[in-house]
Design a protein around this ligand. Structure first.
Ligand code: CMP
Length: 213
């Protein structure tokens, strides 16, 4: 869903790669839409930095503190130079009065975020690691473009092994091992910069059998 936000250029701010946008536990009264660049969402657990997500242009963050009146649930860092639109409570109210269509679109994005988080959680409830990796491909496929030929069950994914590991909640080494097993079973083909799933319906069946079992 794309929003024409050019009227809001006065809310634009920029950050340099590596800048912290805000820290976990801080109070917050603004949310941000990414216009360009990438933003990393992290949580510090002990001495470790755990990446929760990497967001791209068109995505937003910081809505939880605003909607729930709670402290920031994570730290956000500019992964590259970024251009953001910053909406605080005051200018959000101006937005509601003047541009209800944009507010409606934002609500749709918020509800999609809630759906996406539930969908990710479903992956983590699978005990079988092969099924988890298969379900990651199903989730990526649900969010990807529809094939031109609806009977074509081959899918190309421009995702790295690290991406797959991240969504499956397993280490990159484990994800690599599972992908090799799938490759040996001729279920996937791993090429430079892409992973080809030969038959997405096969992964549907695998996940379904492990969810019921
Ligand atoms: P907020 O709590 O205001 O500040 C941190 C932001 O990170 C949060 O709003 C969400 O926008 C985002 N966020 C928190 N947890 C996750 C997660 N698990 N995955 C993706 N984004 C998250």
């Amino acid at each position: 869903m794309s929003l024409d936000l050019s009227v809001f250029n006065r809310f634009a701010i920029t950050k340099r790669a590596g800048d912290i946008i805000f820290c976990e536990f801080e109070p917050g009264d603004a949310f941000y839409l990414i216009q360009s660049g990438k933003v990393k969402i992290v949580k510090i657990v002990g001495d470790l930095e755990k990446t929760l997500d990497i967001l791209n242009p068109g995505e937003f963050f910081g809505e939880m503190a605003l909607l729930e009146e709670a402290p920031r649930s994570a730290t956000t860092i500019a992964l590259t130079d970024v251009k953001l639109l910053e909406f605080n409570r005051a200018n959000f109210e101006v937005l509601m009065q003047g541009q209800p269509q944009i507010v409606l679109n934002l609500l749709k994005l918020f509800s999609k975020r809630i759906y996406d988080q539930k969908r990710r959680f479903m992956i983590l409830t699978l005990d079988d690691i092969q099924a988890r990796v298969a379900d990651v491909f199903l989730m990526l496929d649900e969010n990807g473009p529809r094939p031109i030929d609806p009977t074509d069950n081959t899918r190309n994914f421009a995702n790295s092994v690290d991406d797959i590991a991240h969504w499956a909640g397993i280490s990159p080494a484990k994800a690599s091992e599972v992908l090799k097993q799938f490759a040996n079973q001729r279920r996937v083909e791993i090429q430079q910069g892409k992973i080809i799933v030969k038959n997405i319906m096969d992964f549907h069946r695998l996940v379904k059998s492990k969810r019921q079992g």
